[in-house]
Design a protein around this ligand. Sequence first.
Ligand code: XIL
Length: 300
Amino acid sequence: ASTLAAAAQQSGRYFGTAIAAGKLGDQTYTTIANREFDMITAENEMKIDATEPNRGQFNFSAGDRVYNWAVQNGKRVRGHTLAWHSQQPGWMQALSGSSLRQAMINHINGVMGHYRGKIYAWDVVNEAYADGNSGGRRDSNLQRTGNDWIEVAFRTARAADPSAKLCYNDYNIDNWNWAKTQGVYNMVRDFKQRGVPIDCVGLQSHFNSNSPYNSNYRTTIQSFAALGVDVQITELDIQGGSATTYANVVNDCLAVPRCTGITVWGVRDSDSWLGANTSPLLFDGNGNKKAAYNSVLNAL
Ligand code: XIL
């Protein structure tokens, strides 16, 4: 195979990227994105502040630009994200208690209703666990509505679009030895035992010097999969862009049948949220394939 998507398809997987609506007029960008990737995540356009800027008034214009570009080019779409402490519109930041809980439910229904039947998988809840050694929940306005907010979000999501896979997505849950990983693992196990609808875990996999790739990543993927959920690598970038580390990530996913796909968080280094100087992606700022690109293509 000569593209990332075609190579991933050889094993029934996808290879995706994050797309920014504001860059769809950049022909270098769209040429690479269209050629190489078959799964698209909107980098910001389906987040809460973008889709419900005023309470009860939904705006899907930017989200639809990304969605339509993807589908017109034959690609599937991951939905990102419905319930998150970050990128909340001001009106939501100001809510608490039962009114915030209801606003979360209404938001999930509004966004998933708009895209009903059209999304491969939704990141229903994003980044709900705390960093550090507690293994517990992150403090947030959503968490303060009650510990059951995550399962309420998933139950609401299942009813809103029964055809979408429902994912829990987080960063720093890649290293099997970390308390945060164990916290999320215990939640997913509990959800499966109690019948709370959850279909997948998204490992963001932003690797850097503080949270480097570790060879126990495969154990993490295998362990989540053994709970009966798919695993998706949802926001991969590697500070420094090591070709070896990129190959390790791909090999670890391919080793687990339920690891269904990999998404990198941007097209060129110059598109990365981390800044081009960290060289975290597969194409350089001119759109040339990097060593990491060839490494991934060969591993797939
Ligand atoms: C980032 C985007 O890439 C940036 O453009 C934006 O300013 C902030 O959010 N975890 C996530 C993603 O789930 O939504 C974040 O995306 C990166 C970290």
